[in-house]
Design a binder for this molecule. Structure first.
Ligand code: GRF
Length: 214
């Protein structure tokens, strides 16, 4: 059974989607803990409602990123996990942290990477007049929102779209895409070696593409 930890900073709607997929038996994994850098993250309440272990490691309590990341590594290692899932975790990770979990560290980003790394992705897609937007799940490398992309969900942009409306539709796709990718790691269809993802035994040349109907 794949043992995972989920890192959050806020609402945790992606965490909820993962909790539901695990509880419903869709993803054969065990959530060993939920870690937040903010004590007021609503995702902690979601985890506690499910009876999952939680931990708060407040970045402000540490002199620098290195010390903060080392404290997180200690907590995560104590949970004995195979995979770290970043789900709205709003801190930049040090190369040391990324290296420690190389090939065991996933992120979801609300854009069709490599487009729109960083923040305000929905606004930027609207301002650029894109007809298509979406989200990407990727293995994390030391570069911000970098690392090999595993899968993307494409979301059409409507002519009269607002930032709020588009954000909500991308979020719905995130909730379908992220558990699916975690499920592939859990059942062995997705692996990672020599800096590259392999899917069903072959190097993944292009991210897998989805359009969800919702
Ligand atoms: C999501 O949009 C995710 O793509 C980004 O942060 C947001 C987290 O939302 N990395 P939630 O906390 O899961 O609701």
């Amino acid at each position: 059974m794949l043992k995972i930890a989920v890192l959050i900073s806020g609402s945790g709607s992606n965490l909820q989607a993962i909790i539901d997929a695990v509880a419903g038996g869709v993803v054969q994994a065990e959530i060993r803990g939920v870690l937040s850098n903010r004590a007021d993250a609503y995702g902690l309440t979601r985890a506690q409602q499910q009876g999952l272990p939680t931990a708060v490691i407040a970045h402000g309590d540490y002199p620098d990123r290195e010390a903060f990341d080392q404290a997180m590594i200690r907590q995560l290692d104590s949970w004995g996990i195979d995979l770290v899932v970043l789900a709205g975790f709003m801190r930049i990770l040090t190369p040391g942290f990324v290296q420690h979990f190389e090939g065991r560290l996933l992120n979801i980003h609300p854009s069709l990477l490599p487009k729109y790394k960083g923040l305000h992705t929905h606004r930027r897609a609207l301002e650029a007049g894109d007809s298509e937007h979406g989200c990407s799940v990727h293995f994390v490398s030391a570069e911000l929102d970098g690392g090999p992309v595993i899968a993307q969900a494409r979301v059409p942009v409507h002519p009269d779209d607002t930032e709020a409306g588009l954000t909500e539709r991308v979020h719905k796709s995130e909730h379908l895409l992220y558990p699916r990718v975690i499920g592939w790691l859990a059942d062995g269809s997705l692996e990672y070696g020599n800096g590259q993802p392999r899917f069903e035994g072959r190097p993944l040349a292009q991210p897998l593409q989805f359009v969800f109907d919702h």
